[in-house]
Design a protein around this ligand. Structure first.
Ligand SMILES: Nc1ncnc2c1ncn2[C@@H]1O[C@H](COP(=O)(O)OP(=O)(O)O)[C@@H](O)[C@H]1O
Ligand SMILES: CC(=O)OP(=O)(O)O
Ligand SMILES: [Mg+2]
Length: 423
């Protein structure tokens, strides 16, 4: 007789493995979630920030079986491996340890999948090698993803580890959007093309936006604005991505927290020839010392708005540059799509910053776009419309859930017979 785990619904018969742990490893943080795929409910979630610093912090939130709120741990966690081991200990303390037979798989966000990975993939040694080969085109992200996978494998060697790639959703982009206008042989020899990132978010949000409009994804054209620390826009036509703002690497496109986004490539030659900077120094400049932080010293939109309210001109200019780029992309993607049904804001800035949404849409009445100030100011964790009632184009705030999307894709791969889950 097996005894059901305490604190959980007791079931007489042994159950098939039905839990998925999702790891979303960023450059200096890990977000994780444990989900029960029978009803897609969240059993626990957590965030480890400032990995590698003395002030690392883990916040773990159990959802099931108890009233106790978030628990916190502080103190140096040297790398993503240490962070994951700490998270595993917290899960064990809740009776949700990684050793549980109920765990079906671990799903990992992997940022760059190159040309090879066009679907979620079970990780083998060979797959891991290929993800490693892609480190030069995702230097802030793929190394963290690899450490996460290695550590998870060491903790549960018998369990499928599934890589879900940021690039997959963008593989439907037509060649006209995916190719750079450079010498074709050189481009092909080095696999230089536009891959696009944040794909799980663009996929999830475009689908949820269609739902919000009461339509099937095939019937709507959506511009998704994923505005987090990294930021990207996508044009989604009938559920398929036809254009996105990030390119070979997550550096192209919008102004981001610390990244420049679009820039004349000749700036890099100039920095090398005239300013005497090395390729690595230029890389650090454009990826870590540019964008909002380069323009005004802060990359957090809350801090920038606070400074603007106090009359800070550098913060105001940084905000204007950020908004100007965003508007250019909205206009460009309206042209790419021909007909736009909705513009959806998502991720940390898109979901929380009413001033960003207002400023980005201001003056776009000619495109049928407008924001209702009252609706825009309202706060909610649910997808919602912020455009006036009879607007030609819907403007929406749609919270992203990369972890849920990764869990769905992971579970579909390892338990294809589990049946279609609702939604
Ligand atoms: N309440 C808020 N108001 C404005 N901006 C916010 C708010 N909360 C978070 N943000 C912005 O969201 C960013 C983080 O977004 P997130 O999507 O979590 O990014 P990432 O996944 O890239 O780390 C912060 O850097 C900050 O600029
Ligand atoms: C690809 C990318 O930019 O990801 P993030 O926003 O997590 O940095
Ligand atoms: Mg993110």
């Amino acid at each position: 007789m097996t005894t059901p785990a305490p604190d959980h619904e007791s079931t007489a018969a042994p159950v098939e493995p039905h839990r998925v742990l999702v790891l979303n490893s960023g450059s200096s943080s890990v977000k994780y979630q444990l989900l029960d795929m029978r009803d897609r409910s969240r059993l626990a979630s957590g965030l480890v920030e400032r990995i590698g610093e003395e002030t690392s912090r883990l916040v773990h939130t159990p959802m099931a079986g108890g009233g106790d709120g978030p628990r916190e741990r502080t103190g140096r966690m040297a790398d993503h491996g240490a962070a994951l081991r700490a998270a595993a200990e917290e899960l064990t303390a809740d009776g949700l340890g990684l050793d549980s037979p109920e765990l079906a798989a671990i799903g990992h966000r992997v940022v760059h999948g190159g040309l090879r990975f066009t679907a979620p993939t079970v990780v083998t040694d060979e797959v891991l090698k290929e993800i490693e080969r892609l480190v030069p085109v995702a230097p802030l992200h793929n190394p963290a993803n690899i450490t996460g996978i290695r550590t998870a494998r060491a903790l549960r060697p018998d369990l499928p580890q599934v890589a879900v790639f940021d690039t997959t959703f963008h593989t439907t982009m037509p060649e006209a959007a995916a190719r750079y206008a450079i010498d074709v042989e050189t481009a092909d020899a080095h696999r230089i093309r536009r891959y696009g990132f944040h794909g799980t978010s663009h996929a999830y949000v475009s689908r949820r936006t269609a739902e919000l409009l009461g339509k099937a994804p095939e019937d709507v054209n959506v511009i998704v604005l994923h505005l987090g620390n990294g930021a990207s826009a996508s044009a989604v036509a009938g559920g398929l991505c036809v254009e996105t703002s990030m390119g070979l690497t997550p550096l192209e496109g919008l102004v981001m927290g610390t990244r420049s986004g679009d820039i004349d490539p000749a700036v890099t030659f100039h920095l090398k020839r005239v300013a005497g900077m090395s390729a690595d120094e230029i890389d650090v400049l454009l990826n870590k010392r540019s964008g909002l932080v380069g323009l005004c010293g802060d990359n957090d939109m809350r801090e920038i708005r606070r400074r603007i309210d106090e009359g800070d001109e550098r913060a105001a200019l940084a905000f204007d540059i950020y908004i100007h780029r965003l508007k250019k992309y909205i206009g460009a993607y309206a042209a790419v799509l021909g007909r736009v049904d909705a513009v959806a804001f998502t991720a940390g800035v898109g979901e929380n910053s009413a001033p960003v949404r207002e400023a980005a849409i201001a003056g776009l009445e000619g495109f049928g776009l407008a924001v209702d100030a009252g609706l825009n100011a309202r706060r909610s964790g649910e997808p919602r419309l912020i455009s006036p009632e009879h607007a030609r184009v819907a403007v929406a705030v749609v919270p992203t859930d990369e972890e849920l999307e990764i869990a769905d894709q992971t579970f579909a791969l390892v338990a294809p017979d589990a049946g279609q889950l609702d939604n």
